[in-house]
Design a protein around this ligand. Structure first.
Ligand code: API
Length: 277
């Protein structure tokens, strides 16, 4: 089976073109192919499929096999894949996801996609829809205790759930130690992605992320969007800011007119290969 390895700021996935290939059990295949010793190695698996209601459909699976509602870094790579490999000649396309239809605008250099701007839709702030067990609206300063220390979280969904907390400095923060506990806290019925954020200035945030179903990754697109929303709600940044991740920067805007979040960032092909099953 042919696959393409791509990444968005180092958040790397294996992409299967399901116009040409058939995938029986994507959950177990994601676990198998994501293994960095016995497989290809990745943060998960992404299927590029036909859609009845959009130009294309994307399904995304974490490296633990769980399917996520949406993936920001992956959807930019889907845009790059379908244009560069000539499944479309449009530079504005729609992609069906479990979090609804997303619209992508793609920038080209030498007729290859370099940067993609994604309309990520509206943030979801209602506790029951995130979901998080909380009486607050929006969910700000939700306390979770880890190893005797209390952390305050703001919770936002971009179709997938996120809990954001602010720290003095992300560089040496124990993201894995704290992230893996918060991910599975009983307050989160569908678990949660956990973002650790350092405010640099009104237009700049440093962020590291412990992802649901994958652990710490180099970048998280939906997480960067959720982080911008949380930071505006907490009066820490302007509505348009750069989110600096281990793998690089994303430009995120929470548009005041349409309440939509816009994410702009790169998409990169690493290599193509054949998976012998
Ligand atoms: N781990 C996430 C899915 C991947 C999100 C992230 N890689 C992104 O770029 O948005 C979840 O289970 O919701």
């Amino acid at each position: 089976m042919k696959f393409t390895k791509m990444n968005g700021l180092g958040n790397d996935y294996i992409y299967i073109n399901c116009f040409e290939e058939t995938v029986e059990n994507p959950n177990s295949l994601s676990v198998e192919m994501s293994n960095r010793n016995f497989g290809v190695g990745s943060d998960g698996l992404v299927l590029i499929m036909p859609s009845e209601i959009a130009d294309f459909r994307m399904r995304m699976f974490n490296s633990d096999g769980s399917e996520a509602e949406m993936c920001g870094n992956a959807i930019r790579c889907v845009g790059k894949y379908v244009y560069d490999y000539k499944l479309t000649d449009k530079t504005t396309i729609s992609v069906e996801t479990l979090a609804g239809i997303k619209v992508l605008d793609m920038a080209l250099e030498n007729n290859k996609v370099t940067t993609v701007k994604v309309d990520m839709g509206e943030p979801i702030l209602e506790a029951s829809l995130i979901p998080v067990i909380s009486e607050k609206m929006p969910v700000i300063d939700e306390i979770i205790e880890v190893d005797g220390k209390e952390y305050k979280f703001t919770c936002v969904s971009m179709g997938n759930p996120h809990a954001i907390t602010y720290v003095d400095e992300v560089k040496d923060f124990p993201v894995d130690k704290i992230g893996k506990v918060v991910e599975v806290d009983p307050k989160f019925p569908r678990k949660i992605n956990v973002e650790f954020v350092e405010v640099v200035d009104d237009n700049t945030l440093n962020m590291r992320v412990w992802e649901r179903g994958a652990g710490e990754t180099m970048a998280c697109g939906t997480g960067a969007c959720a982080t911008l929303v949380a930071s505006v709600l907490n009066n820490k940044v302007n509505r348009k800011a750069i989110v600096k991740l281990l793998g690089g920067d994303l430009l995120i805007e929470w548009n005041e007119n349409d309440n939509h979040i816009y994410m702009t960032g790169p998409a990169t092909v690493s290599f193509q290969g054949i998976w012998e099953r």
